[in-house]
Design a protein around this ligand. Structure first.
Ligand code: ADP
Ligand code: ASP
Ligand code: MG
Length: 410
């Protein structure tokens, strides 16, 4: 008997009607003779609604209490789905993170999973029950509820699939699979039949929220193949898995847009050994992830440093940087929060030159100014003014991924 983990996202369980439809689907899989463990998100919009309630009562809500609050979103959907399955005659039992001992560290709001005790879930599966697990949440060593970061029900699903050694992990969402670009922004985007873990990791990290980045990382580490597909229809989805030879023939697999970026410049920094460490050490200590960093050529022994951080981290990053700027006698700090990062991703870039240059000329032809650039083996990213983000994405999609553009195959 094979074992499948199915994860249903917020829109897929966004109403009573949708929960009924998901229950039918799960019961159908069970009837075909497969064991099923289901991971659910909160109803669409619920996590945001709960977070907003907290900010109405406190300027900076205590993170332990905040986790206790937002975890309720998934508590509701897991119980509702289990009771609907029972009503359909399909035996089911729901579990919260602590009940399955999804053990995490104590970093509230972005906790990391350390282990899952899969025995209880396995026993229930062996009794013929469907196991319904609340996504996004775990428990720390003190017994407190933690959450794993936005979009992290995907991570719960992959971690559960790895712990249970499931045969498949299916991520059900509101689009038919992973597309060459966000289909809600780029109408010409095409669904990909397959994509490698490495490309999916880059895309997830660069703004394609169809899969949460750490879930892809974990899937790759444990060799869990992921299928992304729609909960609204029967269309075949996208397989995210190991790379094979033919994948390198594709120059660009996808274009991504991250509108949640901001840029900080620290001006007039002395160009001396150790200064970068003085600046970025405390930023890292504050748990802020810095993405691109540019240091200008120095003039008269001084230089400027610019870096990007997620917009949600901007306020905290500025607090740290303004303090450091004083300590190192920099002349000032500037910031801009209306910037976007647009990227192209593809395994073929490893072996083909000229892709970045082509990207820059495509953007130049649209008169889109590039503020920052960064590259890795399989991606090129640029920072542009937010208002040109969507245009840049569509233009790059036309140039690199439209049939007839001549660049899809290397
Ligand atoms: P869920 O609530 O099911 O977890 P998400 O909203 O997290 O769903 O992810 C699905 C959304 O991801 C889609 O509605 C789509 O707008 C967005 N998306 C961004 N980039 C892509 C892409 N390359 N392919 C498919 N969807 C994408
Ligand atoms: N409900 C959580 C969120 O909105 C987790 C998830 O949906 O994956 O971020
Ligand atoms: Mg999601």
């Amino acid at each position: 008997m094979s074992l499948i983990v199915q994860k249903y996202g917020g829109t897929s369980v966004g109403s009573i009607e949708r929960i009924k439809a998901v229950a039918e689907r799960v019961a159908g899989t069970r009837k075909r003779g497969e064991q099923v463990a289901v991971v659910v998100s909160a109803m669409a919009g619920e996590t945001n609604r709960l977070l907003k309630l907290a900010t109405e009562l406190s300027d900076s809500p205590n993170q332990r209490e905040s986790d206790c609050l937002v975890a309720t979103g998934e508590q509701v959907t897991s119980a509702l789905l289990a009771l609907r399955l029972e009503a359909l005659g399909c035996p089911a039992v729901s579990f919260l993170g602590f009940q399955l001992r999804i053990a995490t560290d104590s970093n509230h709001g972005r906790a990391r999973i350390k282990s899952i005790e899969s025995e209880r879930a396995r026993n229930e599966l062996n009794k013929g029950r469907v196991v319904v697990v609340a996504g996004f949440q775990g428990v720390d060593s003190a017994g407190d509820i933690t959450t794993l970061g936005r979009g992290a029900s995907d991570l719960t699903a992959v971690a559960l699939a790895a712990a249970l050694k499931a045969d498949a992990c299916e991520i059900y969402t509101d689009v038919d699979g992973v597309y060459t670009a966000d289909p809600n922004i780029c109408p010409k985007a095409r669904k990909l039949a397959r994509i490698s873990y490495d490309e999916m990791l880059e895309m997830a990290g660069l703004g394609a929220k169809v899969l949460q980045i750490r879930s892809v990382e974990l899937a790759q580490r444990y060799g869990v193949p992921l299928v992304v597909r729609s909960s609204f229809n029967e269309t075949e989805g996208t397989l995210v898995g190991k790379e094979d030879k033919s994948m390198e023939d594709v120059l660009v697999s996808g274009v991504t847009l991250d509108q949640n970026q901001s840029k900080v410049t620290i001006v007039g920094v002395e160009d001396a050994p150790g200064l970068a460490a003085r600046i970025f050490g405390p930023i890292a200590d504050a748990g802020i992830v810095v993405d691109m960093i540019i240091q200008n050529a120095s003039e008269y022994g001084h230089t400027d440093m610019t870096f990007t951080v997620g917009r949600d981290d901007l306020r905290r990053a500025l607090e740290v940087i303004e303090r450091i700027a004083k300590e190192i006698s920099a002349s000032g700090v500037r910031h801009e929060d209306q910037v976007a990062k647009v990227s192209i991703v593809g395994l073929g870039m490893r072996t083909h030159a000229g892709v970045a240059a082509r990207m820059f000329s495509v953007l130049a032809a649209e008169r889109i100014n590039i503020q920052m650039i960064s590259t890795s083996e399989i991606k090129v990213s640029v920072v542009v003014d937010s208002k040109y983000g969507e245009l840049a994405m569509r233009t790059l999609h036309d140039a690199f991924l439209e049939n007839g553009a001549g660049a899809v195959r290397a």
